[in-house]
Structures are given as structure tokens and as C-alpha cells.
Design a protein around this ligand. Structure first.
Ligand code: IMP
Ligand code: MG
Length: 168
């Protein structure tokens, strides 16, 4: 395992993102919607640095990737979501890769009549993004490498690592 982004760098960048979010959503009815399971650690750290009253809720998204030629099949579990009517929604995910997950979720939040829908991701693999989506808050742009740790997994392992690493 090679460390790509260490604990200190993550904490510092999350402080900057939280400050930006606190400025942008001042006076607004903000709800963070965390995308399980990968955003677990990120959302927990981010919410504690946002200096505004806000609500938190969670949903689950998993994409099953078959062969390289078949698009990933997205499975959503939305049972935990409360009404988002009248709320400014900020979707929080660990990583934006092809963009399929977040573009689908943005449409779903609009369908639920949120006032506004934006996205915050810790990592963005910009070169791989094919969906028509540009994240509003980005921790770090990273190259096309498979990363784990700080919530991100390979086969449901390595999520507990406190840093972002590359499996070699
Ligand atoms: P997208 O729908 O292709 O943008 O995929 C986003 C999801 O794929 C993320 O929420 C992650 O769960 C997973 N993912 C994409 N790249 C990586 C990676 O490098 N490591 C771990 N999970 C990843
Ligand atoms: Mg995910």
C-alpha cells in the first residue's frame, strides 16, 4: 500500500471545504445527504467542521461492474431518506469516477423537490468522468488509479485506513 494523501492533508482540505460550504449555505435549510458506504468517514468529518445548523441523512448506492464493455449497474436504497421538500441538498460522496452514481442521485433529489442540489466529493477522477456532471466541492483531483482507505474499499476491505492509499 502506497500513501497518496495523508491524514493531515485530508483534515486540512476538509477544513477548507467546510469553510466554503458554511459561507455558501449561510441562512439556508441545508441537508447533507451522505452516500453509503464509501462516504461514511468523509461525511462524519465534514459535518463536524461545518459551522451552520444543518440536517444529515443517508442513502446507499452500489455499482456492480461487469466486464469493461458493460456499463456498471447502479443499485440504490433510498428507504432512509426523509422528505427533502424545502431543503437545500448537498450530496456527499467519497469519489466521483464515471459520474453515473452522482448524476443519477442529483436527478433523484430534484425529483423529490429539493430547493437546490449540489455535490461534494473528496476525490475526483476527472479523466474518467463521462456523465454530464461537474462536482461543486472537490477535495482532491486524482489520476486514474484505484484508491482505498478513508471509507473507500476494494472488495469491502481497507475502508478503515485513516489515509488514501494506492494498492500496488
Ligand atoms: P461512478 O458512478 O463511476 O462515479 O462511481 C462512483 C463509485 O464507484 C464511488 O462512490 C465508489 O464507491 C466507487 N469507486 C470508483 N473509483 C473507486 C476507487 O478508486 N476506489 C474505490 N471505490 C471506487
Ligand atoms: Mg460509493
Amino acid at each position: 500500500m502506497r500513501c497518496l494523501i495523508n491524514e493531515h492533508q485530508i483534515a486540512q482540505r476538509i477544513g477548507e471545504l467546510a469553510a466554503e460550504i458554511s459561507r455558501d449555505y449561510s441562512g439556508k435549510p441545508l441537508t447533507l445527504v451522505g452516500v453509503l458506504t464509501g462516504s461514511l468517514v468523509f461525511v462524519a468529518d465534514l459535518m463536524r467542521r461545518i459551522e451552520l445548523p444543518h440536517k444529515i441523512t443517508l442513502l446507499q448506492a452500489s455499482s456492480y461492474r461487469g466486464t469493461a464493455t458493460t456499463p456498471a449497474k447502479l443499485q440504490l436504497t433510498l428507504d432512509l431518506l426523509p422528505s427533502l421538500v424545502g431543503r437545500d441538498v448537498l450530496l456527499v460522496d467519497d469519489i466521483l469516477d464515471t459520474g453515473q452514481t452522482l448524476s443519477t442521485l442529483v436527478a433523484e433529489m430534484h425529483r423529490r423537490n429539493a430547493i437546490s442540489v449540489k455535490t461534494a466529493v473528496l476525490l475526483w477522477k476527472k479523466a474518467r468522468t463521462t456523465a454530464a456532471i461537474v462536482p461543486d466541492y472537490v477535495g482532491f483531483e486524482i489520476p486514474d488509479q484505484f484508491v482505498v482507505g478513508y471509507g473507500l474499499d476494494f472488495n469491502d476491505e481497507h475502508r478503515h485506513l485513516p489515509y488514501i492509499g494506492v494498492v500496488e
